[in-house]
Design a binder for this molecule. Structure first.
Ligand SMILES: [Zn+2]
Ligand SMILES: [Zn+2]
Length: 238
């Protein structure tokens, strides 16, 4: 298994022998972490103060940006590593489309470093792929991140509550309103007893998927839904 993972990762990591014990990003020897050296791990931290709801960096220490005060998104909190800036436009597609599963623990570790967990959710729920897309891709990147994040935080992973019952066309080229239409009737929520959960996705772009799922989870009786993602791409999500 490890051999297969290393072989898959070799185009970006060099040969497995080259890679072992070296930082994934700068290839210097790693000290404490098997994937990232202390310098890269520290320098990748984006520590700006951010809006609690849309993660826009804020100059003042307000909890919310002006737009979220006027038109808040449906979730209670959005937590991300930061903006979709290098090296993330390189790392995240390598995981998602390149199948470099070794990147899942690395990215999950970076997200865990950024999470505020004073009141932790009862479960981490990755945004599901339709079974057909998951079968073709061989994995769901949000699920892979969730497995690692669950290990790092001790919060259980739930793969049962949300099911994608309709395959939807790729959303990459769609506008926010097209995305909302595209997602109608796409998910089913199974019975549960949760009050507070974290919905996990790789990147929040328009917030259409996270918004739709948050509304469905609220309707199913969950009082508080947080959205966790590696990065956000837009100046403001609706
Ligand atoms: Zn490094
Ligand atoms: Zn905001």
């Amino acid at each position: 298994m490890l051999k297969r993972l290393l072989a898959k990762a070799s185009p970006i990591l060099g040969t497995p022998v080259d890679w072992l014990g070296l930082c994934l990003l700068c290839r210097q020897p790693c000290d404490t972490d098997p994937l990232l050296c202390h310098w890269c791990r520290t320098s990748l931290r984006q520590q700006e103060h951010r809006c609690r709801l849309c993660a826009t960096p804020l100059e003042e220490m307000w909890p919310l940006c002006g737009r979220c005060q006027r038109r808040p998104p449906p979730w209670d909190r959005l937590q991300v590593i930061g903006d979709y800036l290098p090296p993330y436009p390189w790392l995240i597609p390598r995981l998602k489309y390149g199948g470099d599963l070794l990147l899942a623990p690395l990215l999950a570790r970076l997200l865990a470093d950024h999470l505020t967990l004073e009141d932790p959710p009862e479960a981490i729920i990755p945004v599901p792929l339709h079974w057909w897309r998951q079968w073709r891709r061989g994995f769901n990147q949000a699920e892979q991140l969730g497995l690692c994040l669950s290990r790092l935080t001790g919060i259980p992973l739930d793969l049962r509550v949300i099911r994608r019952i309709r395959a939807t066309p790729q959303q990459t080229q769609l506008s926010a309103s097209q995305r909302r239409r595209n997602l109608k009737g796409a998910f089913h929520i199974a019975p549960h007893h949760y009050q507070h959960v974290a919905l996990l996705d790789d990147v929040v772009t328009t917030g259409a998927t996270a918004g739709q799922l948050t509304r469905l989870l609220h309707e199913s009786g969950i009082a508080r839904v947080e959205v966790w993602a590696l990065c956000r791409t837009l100046p403001h999500v609706k």
